[in-house]
Design a protein around this ligand. Structure first.
Ligand code: NA7
Length: 294
């Protein structure tokens, strides 16, 4: 199949090679062209605009930072909407607010075109391992048509329901993930201040019932300390999703007190100049609050 791919940030760069490896033809575009260099060497073709990428494609994906970015590349003058064929399908994989996603999909529907919300849960690491999971909302028949292509990303593809419900779920999932990891940081800090070496605390906790995939792959970053360059999701990106969750909770009348507390810890990371580190930098915040020396 011919695939158009817009947004070659960390996630896009991890996903496109999976399509190429599965034998699809990928045509990519990114606002900053330099980021495409490695993918072009892998065989990805370049398009000069989202419209051009969409024109020749059977399926078009985007994955960019926020709703404003999705709007600009989907609905702009040279956007996907200007190039997408009626028999093609557009899937946005970004984590954005459900209403914003539905509003963009409504513009496609008005033009007789199909857009699905298809956020991905995973990191560059889990995408590379084929372990990321995809949630899809919108037209079920279109979902059934693109399912074989989605399986190139990973085996866990779930149809969630109507337009916007997949991003609704994704925001809830990311909030849960952040609370879980920050809870782990809090527990390790408590053990460490009491005299348990950090490695021993982390090792024992990962052998206990609280262990989970996300704790397993982030725990090494906690052991290295916040100065590690590795990042699966920096503080700014995670806080974007926490703010989406807090906003949804407020609008719908669903209290999310643990989400609010976790979000405050992300603000503390930013205040300490740790915004571009993986959000396990929260561990460093606990260490400083708890009076632990380096
Ligand atoms: P990155 O690595 O920060 O990449 C962000 C991407 O979004 C990158 O391709 C950016 O282009 C692009 N971007 C950001 N703003 C715009 C605008 N205004 N117009 C066009 N393109 C834009 O993020 P990830 O890949 O980790 O995550 C992307 C999404 O998936 C996000 O919603 C996560 O929550 C999940 P650039 O290279 O800066 O020109």
């Amino acid at each position: 199949m011919k695939i158009g791919f817009l947004g070659l940030g960390d996630m896009g760069q991890a996903i496109v090679p999976r399509f190429i490896a599965a034998g699809h033809t990928a045509t990519g575009w990114n606002r900053t062209k330099e980021k495409a260099t490695a993918l072009l060497k892998l065989g990805m073709l370049w398009a000069d605009s989202p419209r051009e990428a969409a024109r020749e494609s059977d399926v078009v994906f985007s994955i960019v930072t926020d709703a404003a970015a999705v709007r600009s590349l989907a609905l702009g003058e040279d956007g996907i909407i200007a190039g997408l064929r009626k028999d093609a399908v557009y899937l946005d994989m970004s984590t954005i607010d459900p209403d914003g996603s539905r509003a963009i999909a409504a513009e496609f529907a008005k033009a007789g075109l199909i857009m699905l919300d298809a956020p991905i849960s995973g990191t560059t690491l889990t995408v590379g391992q084929g372990k990321a999971s995809l949630m899809v909302g919108g037209d079920k028949a279109a979902f059934d048509r693109v399912l074989p292509i989605l399986l190139a990303i990973g085996p866990n593809v779930t149809y969630i329901g109507a337009q916007g419900l997949a991003v609704q779920l994704k925001v809830a999932l990311n909030m849960t993930l952040v609370i879980e990891v920050i809870g782990f940081c809090e527990g390790v800090a408590l053990a460490e201040k009491g005299g348990v070496p950090r490695e021993v605390a982390v090792d024992a906790m990962l052998k206990s019932v609280i262990a989970s995939p996300v704790l397993h792959y982030r725990a090494p970053l906690i052991l290295e300390g916040h100065l590690s360059d590795a990042t699966y999701g920096n503080v700014n990106l995670q806080q974007k999703d926490m703010l989406l969750a807090l906003d949804l909770g407020r609008k719908m009348g669903v209290p999310v007190p643990l989400g609010a507390a976790a979000n405050e810890m992300l603000s503390a990371c930013r205040g300490l100049g740790l915004a571009h580190h993986d959000f396990v930098a929260v561990y460093e915040v606990y260490r400083r609050l708890g009076g632990m020396s380096k």
